[in-house]
Structures are given as structure tokens and as C-alpha cells.
Design a protein around this ligand. Structure first.
Ligand SMILES: C[S@@+](CC[C@H](N)C(=O)[O-])C[C@H]1O[C@@H](n2cnc3c(N)ncnc32)[C@H](O)[C@@H]1O
Length: 474
């Protein structure tokens, strides 16, 4: 992206695309300088360059993709500083406005929160002390006792659970509703009789609905998950028992980190990954494809691996973006902890839909349009325990093949999968939540990797962690 004019400038494949971008950039620069308070000099430079480019585009039909990209580069250098200067004021104005609106919302939420606590006779405790010690990994818990919850009604429409609160309905497929029940049973300690379960499910689904956005399929790209056979292979071959990036809706394991500790903690979340400091264990990470988050994730991996002498292993799945190379991928490829890496080519593997909890069967899997790089970062003890030997790596790759065979390969439309945790059931895997919600296994999934070398059984189902401040105080 370009800083001041939002046009994608990398990963351009075709000449026509480059030509269109150049035109768009010239047009946007001209419009921007015309519509804002620019100095006469800035206006002159930008207008001259933009018009010169447009004339060149009208005249020249034989240019190559490289010619267009060179010209775009030149235009950006000429116009960029002037456009950035005029954009600065309005961007800062917009940001300031957003900041003030957000601060006002935070103030109102805080006020409502305090009023609710007062109504329910719950007093705000002193900030809990942060303890820096090793503990077994547990879900995030709220420091305050939860007051009585408002009534949420549940009914089923065919295979869909519908939860209604004050006339507002949220929906989730029946089998995912059952999965949430199971996660709640495992993780929630303050509600053994499930009296707050429905309202907590309602809040959870509502939160993710808001995060997804209002448009059709909006936001689902950030929630795509690895196929179930791949998770099974990770567990069997490398003792993986934990997802670093997940939600209660898309998690395969019952232990995971997620973005929203307040709503997800009741369902097993250990909070946001960057606040989570495991000392040992075997982890899978399929982060949202945000370059900044992936970069911060690598910094966190490195810090954790440096600090711990207990077995610690991360198996990471990121898009193979090389044009330009993303900082996260570059840093992992050159990391001292990198033990192995492999690529799964574009269009030869699938992801599970980001809306797996509510989508139709035939929409459950989609083909990846980018390659996926799988990287193993391990400290010495982690390498000794979960070494990516050729045989284990082969099993992992074979799991991707299993998915393709089971899905009938040509693509999402022909995928005869069962979009439920029920069909996702593993082969007796004690750490997967899928296995626990599986009354039956889908006949179409051949999910038993050849090797039964299950070193996960020797690993603890819970990982040792140093509780982050959030864990101690919420
Ligand atoms: C690509 S999906 C991963 C799906 C699946 N759990 C997997 O590992 O294949 C990324 C998930 O990370 C969650 N997420 C976003 N920010 C996070 C954070 N800071 N810590 C943990 N999870 C986060 C998203 O809500 C989303 O559910």
C-alpha cells in the first residue's frame, strides 16, 4: 500500500493491472491536490506530473508491465511528498475525531459497567497483584464475580440454534452450539448449572459478528482455519495441543489463544497470544494475515524460545508472500530457532471457512489462492522432543492430501464435507474438542495417518505458562 494514496503497489501480476494502477494513482493525486489546501508550488508539481502521465498513457499502448511500474514509481516519488503534506491535515483530523468518539464510548461503557456492578452489589476489588511464576495453563478468568445475566431464549430451526435477546437474534449451527457447550463445561468454573451459558453464547456470537462486519462474507478471510486432518497430524506427529490464534468457534483444540478474553475465556481462551507466555508445549499458529500482527508474533516467538529451556515448539502457517517478502516470513526463515520449513502450493490445499460455525456444508472449504509456508521454530529441548523428521513431515503433508481427496479436490463447490465439529472428529485425540463432539465420523474423511507415533500422549494437555498481567488481574 502507498502511505498517502491507498493503492496496492505490490504483487502486481499483469500489465493491464499495472496500467490501471498508474492511471488511478495519477487521477487520485490530481484530485487530492485540487481539493485541498496546497501551496501553489505543490499544486503545480503534482498537476504537471499527473497530466504528463495521463498523456503518456493515452499515447502509449506498447508499454510493458515493468514500464508502467517504473513510471508509477517515478510518479510516486514526484508527487508523494506533496500529496502526503496535504493529506496530513485531513487524516489527522479524521483520526482525532475517531479518537474522541472512541474515548466517549469507552467512558460510557465504563459508566454503564460501574452502574451494573452497583446494581448487583458487586464491589470493584483492588487491582490484583501480578505474580510472575509458573502455573499450569488455565483459561482467562474474570476478577469480578459475574452478576445475574439477562434472559436469552433459545430455539432450534432445523439444524440451527437461534438465540434471542431483546428481539435481537444470533445464530449458530447446532453442532457448533454443542461444541460451545462442551468447551464451556471444560473451561468455565463459575457456572456449573449453565445458568449464564446462553447469555454468554449470545455475547460471544455477537462479538464475532461485529468483528466480521456487516457485508456478505466480510471478515471471514481472517478466520479461515487449517483442515481437520492437518490438525490431527499436528497432534499425532508433533504433540501439538494448542492453537495460538483462534476463537471458540474455529478452535480445534480446547486450549487456544483468542482476541477477546472477556467473552472467550468461558469457552477456553487463554487471552490474546501476545499476552500469553508459555514456557513449554507444542503449539500451532495460523495467525490472521496481517503483516503487523505476524511480525509482532515472530518477536514474541523469539522471546519465548530464548527464555525457556523446557521443550517449546511452534509450527507456523503463513501465506507465502514473497513479492515483496513479508518481514515476518523473512525473520522466521533466518531465525536461529528455525528447524525446518516447507511450502504447500497455491490451489493445492484448502482452508476451512471463516464462517464454519454457520455456513452451508458446500461452503465449508475453499482453495487457498496463495502458497502456505509451514515453519518449525523450536528451542533445543523442543527440537529433541518434536523434531520435524522426514517421516513426520511426510505425514503432515499427507494430511493435506487427505483433505484434497476427501474434498474431491476441484474446489469448494464440490466439497462433500460435513461442516460440523461432529464430522471433524479425530481419532480419539484427547486434546481436540472436535473429537469430543463427535458422535460419529464422517465417512468421507480418511483421517488416520499411517504413523501412530503419538508423542502427544506423553505431553501434558496443559502447557506451563507464566501468567501475563491480564491473566492475573481479570
Ligand atoms: C486464521 S484464524 C485461525 C483459525 C484456526 N484456529 C487455526 O489455527 O487454523 C486466526 C484467528 O486468530 C484470532 N485472533 C485475532 N487476533 C488474535 C490475537 N491477538 N491473539 C489470538 N488470536 C487472535 C482471530 O479472531 C481468528 O479466529
Amino acid at each position: 500500500m502507498n502511505g498517502h494514496i491507498p493503492i496496492r503497489l505490490s504483487r502486481i501480476k499483469y500489465k493491464e493491472e499495472a496500467r490501471k494502477l498508474l492511471f488511478k494513482y495519477a487521477e487520485a493525486a490530481k484530485k487530492m491536490i485540487d481539493s485541498r489546501n496546497a501551496t501553489p508550488d505543490s499544486r503545480k508539481v503534482v498537476k504537471w506530473n499527473a497530466e504528463d502521465t495521463m498523456n503518456w498513457l493515452r499515447r502509449d499502448h506498447s508499454a510493458s508491465k515493468e514500464d508502467y511500474m517504473d513510471r508509477l514509481d517515478h510518479l510516486r516519488k514526484q508527487c508523494g511528498p506533496h500529496v502526503a503534506a496535504v493529506a496530513k491535515d485531513s487524516v489527522e483530523g479524521i483520526c482525532t475525531k475517531i479518537y474522541h468518539i472512541s474515548a466517549e464510548y469507552v467512558r460510557r461503557i465504563h459508566q454503564t459497567h460501574q452502574a451494573l456492578l452497583k446494581d448487583c452489589n458487586v464491589s470493584d476489588p483492588e487491582a490484583a497483584e501480578v505474580q510472575d511464576r509458573l502455573v499450569y495453563c488455565y483459561p482467562v478468568r474474570l476478577a469480578l464475580p459475574s452478576p445475574a445475566q439477562p434472559r436469552v431464549e433459545l430455539h432450534f430451526e432445523n439444524d440451527i440454534a437461534c438465540l434471542r435477546y431483546k428481539g435481537e437474534m444470533v445464530k449458530v449451527n447446532r453442532s457448533y452450539f454443542a461444541k460451545l457447550e462442551l468447551l464451556y463445561r471444560y473451561s468455565c468454573i463459575d457456572d456449573p448449572r449453565f445458568q449464564k451459558f446462553l447469555s454468554r453464547v449470545w455475547c460471544l456470537i455477537k462479538r464475532y459478528q461485529v468483528m466480521f462486519g456487516a457485508g456478505v462474507n466480510e471478515g471471514t478471510g481472517l478466520q479461515g482455519a487449517l483442515p481437520v486432518p492437518v490438525f490431527e497430524a499436528l497432534n499425532k506427529q508433533f504433540g501439538v495441543t494448542f492453537e495460538c490464534f483462534a476463537s471458540p468457534l474455529n478452535s480445534y483444540f480446547k486450549q487456544f489463544c483468542s482476541a477477546f478474553p472477556d467473552t472467550d475465556g468461558f469457552f477456553g481462551s487463554r487471552g490474546p497470544f501476545l499476552n500469553f507466555s508459555p514456557a513449554s508445549g507444542s503449539f500451532e499458529a495460523n495467525p490472521p494475515f496481517s503483516e503487523e500482527l505476524m511480525d509482532a508474533m515472530v518477536t514474541h516467538f523469539e522471546k519465548l524460545l530464548e527464555k525457556s529451556s523446557e521443550p517449546l515448539s511452534f509450527i507456523i502457517f503463513v501465506p507465502e508472500w514473497r513479492d515483496p517478502l513479508t518481514p515476518a516470513l523473512h525473520r522466521m526463515e533466518t531465525s536461529a530457532f528455525r528447524r525446518h520449513q516447507m511450502s504447500v502450493p497455491a490451489f493445492e490445499h484448502e482452508y476451512r471457512s471463516g464462517s464454519q460455525h454457520i455456513c452451508k456444508k458446500e461452503e465449508m472449504y475453499y482453495k487457498a489462492v496463495h502458497g502456505t509456508v509451514v515453519i518449525f521454530l523450536q528451542n533445543a529441548a523442543g527440537f529433541a522432543k518434536w523434531e520435524p523428521t522426514p517421516e513426520r513431515v511426510q505425514e503432515l503433508l499427507a494430511a493435506y492430501q487427505v483433505c484434497r481427496r476427501a474434498l474431491g479436490s476441484p474446489g469448494p463447490s464440490s466439497a462433500p464435507t460435513t461442516p460440523t465439529p461432529a464430522s471433524a472428529g479425530g481419532s480419539g485425540d484427547k486434546d481436540s474438542i472436535a473429537a469430543k463432539t463427535a458422535p460419529e465420523r464422517s465417512a468421507s474423511l480418511d483421517t488416520s495417518p499411517a504413523s501412530q507415533d503419538n508423542n502427544s500422549s506423553s505431553s501434558s494437555p496443559v502447557e506451563k505458562t507464566t501468567p501475563p498481567p491480564e491473566t492475573a488481574s481479570v
